[in-house]
Write a protein that binds this ligand. Sequence first.
Ligand code: ADP
Ligand code: MG
Length: 460
Amino acid sequence: MKILVSKKMFGHSLLIFIIVCLTGAILFPFTTNIYVLCTILIIQYIILLIILFYFYNKYIKPIDKATRTMEKLLKGNYHARIHHQMDGSIGELSIKINELARSLNELKIQEQIQAEQLSTIIENSDNGLILIDEKGYIHIVNRKFISMFENTPQDYIGYLYYEVIENEEIHHTIQETFLREKTVKQLISIAENGERFYYEIISAPIFNEINLLKGTVLAVYDITEFKLVETMRKDFVANVSHELKTPITSIRGFAETLLDGAIHDTNTRNYFLSIIFEESKRIQYLIEDLLILSKLEKEAYRLHVSKIDFQVLLNDILPVLKISAQKKNIELEVHVDTNSTFQADEEKMKQVLINLLTNAISYSLENGQVSLKVTETSEDICFIVKDNGIGMGKQFLPRIFERFYRIDKDRSRDTGGTGLGLAIVKHIVEIHDGKIDVESELGKGTTFYVYIPKNVKLKK
Ligand SMILES: Nc1ncnc2c1ncn2[C@@H]1O[C@H](COP(=O)(O)OP(=O)(O)O)[C@@H](O)[C@H]1O
Ligand SMILES: [Mg+2]
């Protein structure tokens, strides 16, 4: 019934009705019995309706369905299918349309996956990314970019880049890319909340299939850390050169004076030679410490860890230290309050204790007291190096572990210090996963605490 009610069918049935009426009108003059004519016309109408029904079901309906399915596919609904059993070429057509729909659906899914993957990469990239079209409108911007230039996420998309990006240098980089149609690199520095950040900006043009400029991709790399390391290295080289320059100038000066005649005066000669000797020792110490530091940096992950026997460790380092302590009549006391053994790099631990005890002796006055105490906590072995020497002002404590940092340069020089001793100590403690603390009071003395984990975890 439904089929008859459908608009198309109603039209066709009406057409058949008209044909039947016309047949009736043609036959009427030749008919004697009106009832016979009516019966014939009704039978004709029924037969024609059956034929119509047959053709509708076999050809018109499937083509209608195929057309509707194609319309849905065109609109992007790739789930549309033809669910109609059909034979012959129309059946084949519907199978092909269903196959096409399935392929389109798979393509759409793949496209979605790819788009999601791409957006995940863009969003989670460690570098700021932004895509700008040829008219200057922003199409894509990632989280990193927003966090680099704004404190709160802001909607960049759909805006002109020069309306939402404040930095003029970035504008120039983009403009140059559009102008020269070439990749442009630029280094910028931005001050934010009292800190300086360094960024490398690379703006690359995008072209379409016929080589017309379609826009630009801007990548922003945060190179602040790299810059800091570079600055530190430059400072380090400058410091080393400066530290070497002083003794070398002095050696050269005294050698020249000796050559100019001073060599003939025994007293002057001996005095000058002793200075040359002391200065050359300073150079030697400096080079030795520099080599230790550079070795530590190279070997940071290759500690030669072994079980340490405190007695052996102390017997190896104490004799030399006792000699320097005796020279200043300093009492050097040693207490070992632990039976635990621990694992560490023995040579490096010796270096830590030598540097700390040498400082304690160097920065103590005559008749002072220096002590080394070895204790333990539940996790660490603790070395406490204490002196009652000159001490340090609190304001200096945060900087004493820096390379070449010395509170009193002249005093440090007089004691043969290179300014690298505590930097070396800190480095060694850190590669053992340990910790170092300092307490000091000017004029009263200093205590260094070194904590080394009993089970040193080797960094791989
Ligand atoms: N025990 C200490 N007492 C007082 N000052 C110290 C002590 N240890 C270190 N310092 C200060 O810390 C600075 C850095 O020490 P260090 O790195 O060993 O260099 P250096 O001893 O070669 O000068 C020293 O110059 C000194 O001013
Ligand atoms: Mg020192």
